[in-house]
Design a binder for this molecule. Structure first.
Ligand code: AMP
Ligand code: GLY
Length: 366
């Protein structure tokens, strides 16, 4: 094992990246920690850099001798940041642009699942509104309509009536060049499950559940997530083994066979149906806020694990986690997620551990 310290660059600016920064900074192997762009919370444990594009990131890595880049969000992954880093010989945690299609295109993922017999809802793809109407007529309601593309958690409608379904499809195809996926509606408990992948193999990481509605008791509009709990109460060792066998491992094999081996973290959004676990969607990154609840439970060195993914040499045994439950509660500005009131002062954080920032700024007076 390498013993020399490793300088790490973390890409992103959210609560997830702050949680990653805190976990990385606990590693005895860490040399310097940089973040681009980072946030005021991350700045307490990392040097924040302003790097405009992929070329600037590659140049900064060369200049500073970065030994690992950890990419937090999906947008730079889909845009091929890991491809650019690998080409420059810089180890990077995250999938290539081609492998990130598992998140970027719901249509790709549904077709991929069909090719590899991965359990997921029945579906039809539609490239135009008339196509979508024909698919709707064939499938009936309830039905789930999804825009095919990165939608930052939006663009999905669970329609109980054909009027709702029509309206959802019309909204999707109001965007020029849009395409859609229509799916059978699944029912059950939703779980987020994360697996670390090195291109050839996958290891179970942890499970979590996030809570999306803004209000108390699951009311109000959907948000990026008002909180998360890990592990997911409904997800036991037996279910995890089944998800690895029926969903994650066939995905790793399929991506490799199709020429886009997947490395990084595979985030499976699962529905635990009466017939067994089904894949709702894949994300190709850590979840936010799930990560804030998972990482405090991790008992192994995150830096070692992420580097092993990047270098294609995951260990034999899965990472160890505390059996204790961890919870992340999001405190948002009034008006979130619609039109949040900006500029509110946050006080009382001094001496509190485990607080992560997103969308904050530090004034000169602190
Ligand atoms: P997605 O962006 O694909 O994760 O969808 C967002 C949310 O829509 C999911 O977290 C589910 O709550 C719901 N959803 C998506 N697909 C289905 C489905 N086939 N059946 C039931 N609910 C779904
Ligand atoms: N919490 C859901 C996500 O990160 O996509």
């Amino acid at each position: 094992m390498q013993v020399s310290p490793i300088d790490v660059l973390l890409i992103g600016s959210g609560g997830r990246e702050h949680a990653l920064a805190l976990a990385l900074s606990r590693s005895p192997r860490l040399g310097r920690l940089y973040a681009a762009p980072g946030n005021p919370g991350i700045a307490t444990v990392a040097t924040c850099l302003d790097l405009a594009d992929h070329a600037a990131i590659v140049a900064a890595c060369r200049e500073r001798g970065i030994g690992l880049v950890v990419v937090g969000p999906e947008v730079p992954l889909v845009a091929g940041l890991v491809d650019a880093l690998r080409k420059a010989g810089i180890p990077a945690f995250g999938p290539t642009g081609a492998a990130a299609r598992l998140e970027a295109s719901k249509g790709f993922t549904k077709d991929f699942c069909a090719r590899h017999s991965i359990p997921t809802a029945d579906y039809r793809r539609a490239a135009s509104l008339p196509d979508a109407r024909a698919a709707l007529a064939a499938m009936g309601v309830p039905v789930v309509g999804k825009a095919d593309g990165l939608a930052a958690g939006k663009g999905v409608t669970v329609a109980e009536t054909s009027v709702e379904a029509e309206a959802a499809l019309a909204a999707i195809f109001a965007e020029p060049g849009a395409s859609a996926v229509l799916e059978e509606k699944l029912t059950g408990e939703e779980v987020s499950f994360f697996a670390l992948c090195d291109g050839a193999r996958a290891l179970p990481f942890a499970s979590a559940q996030d809570h999306k509605r803004v209000g108390e008791g699951d009311t109000g509009p959907n948000t990026g997530g008002m909180g998360a709990v890990s592990p997911a109460r409904v997800f036991d060792a037996e279910l995890q083994a089944r998800v690895m066998r029926e969903i994650v491992e066939p995905t790793l094999r399929g991506m490799a066979v199709e020429g886009s081996p997947f490395s990084g973290v595979l985030f499976a959004g699962l529905m635990l149906t009466a017939e067994g676990p089904q894949l709702i969607e894949y994300n190709v990154r850590f979840g936010d806020p799930e990560t804030q609840a998972m990482l405090p439970r991790l008992q192994d060195d995150l830096l070692d694990l992420l580097l092993a993914c990047a270098q294609g040499r995951l260990p034999a045994e899965p990472p160890r986690f505390s059996d204790e439950t961890a919870v992340c509660v999001v405190i948002a500005a009034q008006g979130y997620p619609g039109a949040p009131r900006r500029g509110g002062v946050i006080a009382g954080l001094d001496g509190l551990g485990g607080v992560t920032h997103a969308g904050t700024a530090r004034r000169e007076d602190g």
